[in-house]
Design a protein around this ligand. Structure first.
Ligand code: T1G
Length: 701
């Protein structure tokens, strides 16, 4: 590998510059470059001191996570060896830190004899967010320079702290000097290196004391705090163990202990899930056939059609990002109601201290309303969130086609209708795209971007960039009934219904899947979203897909008018003004009566079977979505389920979870479920992609 660290001597100072874009991940070649630079500098009599820094937009973002799970990350010189080489240098090594100094990058800096920091640099040990902990001395050195409590907070939270915040703490030893500005850093680091070139002995962080005055009491307190917040993740508690070791053991022993904890955590399923999601989240914004340098349209002004729940929530996303919005409705009182709801939402945030009064006022100042399409003629992006009925969509898009300026992006918030048909209502199908927000639209992170046959590539690139700006996780979906999320949830709901027919109560199913980690089981979710929504879809489906088998229970429930929280009763009973789901004798009776009509003896279904049938139903549909090209990567499907449907993060998403279980085992289970006369055998016919991967012993990519 070509060395990815440059070496240059300025006067008597050797400068080693890591250059491994995009964030100077400490990959093997970079590590090798640093070690070689140190050797050259120590061998050159003209060199008195050494500066290590990073090219481009980071000092270093830490270990190269692209190497994780490969043997390259452990190949010598591994990060430990590089840090040892720095500490054992015969000449002083100064880290010149700027922009991003994270994980292994900070650990490298802590191995240096001195550190000069530029203001505005994000300093963090974010390993815990990947389900691990700093594995190259971070848990042993950071407490020695910023104190035990500050270090533990940074390591357990993984959150970045601004360099100038740390530099301002009296007695801190992380930065020996703060540069006046990022631009001044290089100059000041060289001058600083020259000023300490002859100072001996060379200071080592590992030789600094590390104590906490209340020792055991403090760590007991820390353990209690961490236990509460880290429900499904083992790493935070291990961070406490590692930092405690720094206060109790000799440095070398603490380092060895940290290494042991690090390696154990690397192999936990939780860490594999978090590392998978780190990449899946970033990969989701990449569209295989849309180059990342595709020119984007400029979005200065947004129009929203419809001031209902969705229209209001959608508008707030743009107001929050400082983008002016014009909401259009057909009647003034609908506009007034919509604006009042937006105000109520913001005022609730102001009351909770989450939003400053002046920010609230700024956002409202960006909002305008109108009853006339003419006022949308200079919008760059117009999103309709009107009634989910093709006739209404047609009227709206015909009007938009007549009024919107050339190049305006026309988006539909439809959750199931055919975006190609909608595009065909206009003379500009290339500018039409689906932007499917999830309710509540100003809260849920997921945005399904539905790509029509004609949708232009720069429209997609623009919408993905807009999604990032309004802090949404955007996933591109092809056109099909239900796109990615709702198409899969259909199969999940189908299984939930069968489980009731076979002997489960709603609360048993919900509890089993919530124990697995879902935020909410299918029946509590139905009561929240409204059972009538599924009812309407099933009626529509009955025409289009008469052969799809369903449990009648959901229809019986709706015929009882039990639509959920909004009617005060659904699968569960509710007390006025409260959200707790109370098991309902009425519903359980209805289910028992219904079973009698099926002439089936109810059976005890295990929690494990409940979870497998619900989750593998998602996986099988997900595999079909992949092979049809509706989704381009399995990680995209995982992101949909994590950000839109409350799938547990520590399981990594349905497709990742299936790969962890082993696709061979998933197919075996599906074959078993297909034997069940109460079930829908056709639903368990494994997708060809699933069969292929299982036969090859492979995982989803
Ligand atoms: N290695 C390799 N690539 C990385 C990377 C890393 N550490 N961090 C980010 N990237 C890539 C990312 O995939 C994307 O690539 C691009 O950089 C921009 O990222 C022993 C073992 C640094 C704050 O956990 O928090 O050190 O998609 O979109 O919003 O203790 O990335 O463009 O091809 O996020 O400006 C610890 C994780 C590793 C840092 C930049 N380090 N990264 O944020 O851009 S474990 C981390 C971040 C470790 C040691 C252990 C952020 C960022 P592409 P981005 P950004």
């Amino acid at each position: 590998n070509s060395m990815t660290a440059e070496y240059k001597v300025h006067g008597s100072i050797a400068v080693i510059t890591m250059s491994n874009p995009p964030v100077n991940g400490l990959g093997l070649a970079t590590r090798q470059g640093i070690v070689d630079g140190l050797q050259r500098a120590n061998a050159d009599a003209a060199v008195k001191a050494i500066v290590i820094t990073g090219a481009g937009g980071a000092f270093s973002g830490g270990a190269d996570i692209k190497e994780f799970g490969t043997d390259k990350s452990m190949q010598e010189p591994n990060l430990h060896s590089v840090i040892n080489a720095v500490e054992n240098s015969g000449k002083p090594v100064v880290a010149a830190i700027h922009t991003v100094c994270m994980g292994g990058g900070l650990e490298l800096a802590l191995g240096c004899h001195y550190r000069v920091g530029a203001p505005g640099c994000q300093v963090a040990l974010p390993e815990v967010k990947l389900g691990i902990l700093p594995g190259a001395g971070g848990t042993q050195r950071l407490p020695r320079v910023v104190g035990v409590e500050a270090a533990l907070n940074m390591i357990v939270s993984g959150e970045p702290v601004k360099s100038e915040m740390i530099g301002a703490v009296p007695g801190q030893k992380l930065f020996d000097k703060m540069a006046a500005s990022p631009e001044a850093l290089a100059e000041e680091a060289l001058a600083f290196a020259a000023s300490i070139a002859d100072v001996r002995p060379l200071p080592l962080v590992r030789n600094l004391p590390c104590k906490h005055p209340e020792g055991d009491a403090y760590f007991q307190f820390a353990r209690n705090m961490v236990k509460g917040m880290a429900k499904n993740f083992p790493a935070p508690a291990k961070c406490v163990d590692a930092v405690e070791a720094a206060t109790k053991r000799k440095f070398a022993d603490g380092l060895a202990y940290e290494r042991e904890l690090f390696i154990n955590l690397m192999w936990t399923p939780e860490s594999r899930a978090l590392r998978h999601l780190f990449f899946a989240e970033r990969a989701a914004s990449k569209i295989p056939d849309v180059p990342s340098d595709t020119p984007k349209r400029d979005i200065q002004k947004v129009g929203v059609i419809g001031a209902g729940t969705m229209g209001g929530g959608i508008s707030m996303n743009f107001l929050n990002a400082g983008i002016p919005v014009t909401i259009l409705e057909t009647k003034q009182e609908a506009l007034d109601r919509g604006v009042a709801t937006i105000k109520k939402n913001y005022e609730a945030q102001v009351k909770k201290g989450k939003l400053k009064e002046d920010k609230y006022a700024q956002r409202m100042a960006l909002l305008s309303t109108t009853l006339s399409y003419d006022d949308l003629k200079d919008c760059d992006l117009i999103i309709e969130a009107v009634f989910e009925e093709m006739g209404v969509k047609e009227a709206v898009f015909k009007q938009l086609d007549a009024v919107a300026k050339p190049g305006a992006i026309l988006a539909s918030n439809t959750s199931t209708l055919d975006v190609d048909k909608i595009a065909a209502f206009t003379k500009r199908p290339q500018d039409v795209v689906g932007m499917h927000f999830f309710s509540p639209a100003n809260v849920m992170k997921l945005l399904e971007v539905v790509r029509g046959k004609e949708t232009a590539k720069d429209v997609l690139a623009t919408v993905m960039a807009v999604a990032k700006k309004i802090k949404k996780t955007a996933v591109v979906s092809g056109v099909c009934d239900g796109f990615i999320g709702n198409r899969m949830i259909e199969r999940y709901s189908q299984q939930a219904g069968f489980l009731l027919d076979e002997g489960c109560t709603p609360q048993q199913v919900d509890k089993a899947i919530e124990k697995f980690g879902f935020a909410m089981g299918p029946f509590r979710m139905g009561d929240l979203a409204g059972n009538d929504i599924g009812w309407a879809i099933r009626k529509r489906r009955a025409v289009e897909q008469p052969d799809m088998k369903y449990s009648k229970t959901a229809d019986l429930l709706c015929e009882m008018g039990r639509f959920g929280q909004k009617t005060g009763a659904g699968w569960y009973d509710y007390q006025a003004g409260k959200r707790d789901a109370i098991p309902s004798d009425v519903v359980n009776k209805m289910i028992e009566e219904h079973r009698k009509t099926l002439s089936v003896a109810p059976r005890k279904v295990s929690d494990e079977e409940i979870v497998q049938r619900l989750v593998f139903a998602l996986v099988n549909e997900g595999a079909k979505i992949l092979e049809e090209g509706i989704a381009s990567k399995s990680g995209d499907i995982d992101m949909v389920y994590l950000t839109g449907y409350g799938f547990p993060i520590h399981r990594g998403g349905p497709m990742h979870y299936a790969s962890e279980v082993g696709l061979f085992n998933v197919v075996l289970a599906m074959n078993r479920f297909a034997q069940n006369p109460m079930d829908d055998a056709s639903a368990w016919a494994p997708a060809p992609l699933l069969v292929k991967l299982a036969a090859e012993g492979k995982a989803f990519q």
